[in-house]
Design a binder for this molecule. Structure first.
Ligand code: OGA
Ligand code: MN
Length: 296
């Protein structure tokens, strides 16, 4: 019987951590058979973060694979980077460059070389992306690892008092600052968390398909729990964040050139370690349009 090389070698290897799995035996630059996609979708639903190593993707191929998961989302607001950033002309609306590299003194991408703190991508939008896909083109020899944290697990293990306080509450997701704390173009500081611009989402999210619940915190800076005094809001958020950012919920990706990592942006958070600013790191990212966040 002839062997189909793609289906016979496709292999999902869990990281052994609280989330994440490696996918072996698939070349993402080639057409993905429906049966292969079904296996990937099942693995993604189960592990929330998938890593595909040893890929060779141009923007076209990155967008083609990304579109299998839904409609592409536009690049984030106010990134304010140079146009000559290495993205193909037909991809500039859809592919975000994450890089510390500068050309003519101007950064070609976002996030520089510094730490990026725990966050969900673009949750300041009314419809936060369902997924983000990040592809490594150049990597520093050390540093710049990306941590992913499982917010279903964080919800399930939440102490009863915090669970009760979060139930039925919503918070603001700051649109004015990026995950490195920098103000986006066109935004400036406001007088307090009640004035923070950005979408409001439930703190506890329920997956409309599986029904599983997760914490949906977005980003700490500028967050405000609606209907509470600022002090009570701060206390609740501090409690939720202290719980959610424990290392036991996280797994870290050490990047190699050719890694594509895709994460469920609804029930995970991520952060990035700083790295040596003189080293080069170049990543291209796509996002998949999501749905409105359903309260848990
Ligand atoms: C992102 C992000 C982390 C990284 O692209 O959304 O947070 O490792 N990147 O660069
Ligand atoms: Mn991010």
């Amino acid at each position: 019987m002839p062997l189909d090389s793609q289906t016979t070698t496709l292999w999902i290897q869990p990281t052994g951590g609280p989330l994440g799995a490696d996918v072996h035996g698939v070349d993402l630059a080639r057409e993905i058979a429906p049966s292969t996609f079904a296996t990937l979708a099942e693995a993604w639903a189960q592990h929330l973060v998938l890593r595909f190593s040893g890929q060779r993707l141009d923007d076209e191929a990155l967008m083609r694979f990304s579109r299998l998961w839904g409609e592409l989302d536009r690049v984030p607001i106010g990134t304010g980077v140079e146009k000559a950033n290495g993205v193909a002309a037909n991809a500039v609306e859809w592919v975000t460059v994450i890089s510390n590299v500068k050309v003519g003194g101007k950064p070609i991408g976002g996030l520089g070389s510094y730490e990026s703190i725990w966050h969900t991508d673009m949750s300041y939008n009314p419809l936060p992306p369902r997924a983000s896909l990040l592809y490594a083109i150049e990597c520093p020899p050390a540093g710049g690892d990306t941590g992913f944290a499982n917010m279903e697990l964080a919800y399930d293990t939440l102490p009863a008092d915090l669970k009760q306080s979060a139930e039925g509450r919503s918070c603001t997701h700051d649109s004015s600052r990026n995950s490195a704390g920098e103000y986006r173009r066109g935004f400036k500081a406001v007088s307090g968390p009640r004035e923070t611009p950005g979408a409001v989402h439930p703190l506890v999210r329920r997956d409309p398909v599986t029904g599983s619940k997760s914490l949906f915190l977005g980003r700490r800076a500028g967050a405000y729990v609606r209907g509470l005094s600022v002090d009570d809001s701060e206390a609740l958020l501090n409690g939720l964040w202290a719980h959610a950012s424990q290392p036991k919920f996280a797994w870290y990706q050490r990047w190699r050139i050719g890694d594509l990592v895709m994460w469920d942006n609804r029930c995970t958070m991520h952060r990035r370690d700083a790295f040596d600013e003189t080293a080069r790191r170049v990543m291209h990212r796509t996002q998949i349009v999501g749905e409105s966040v359903v309260a848990g």
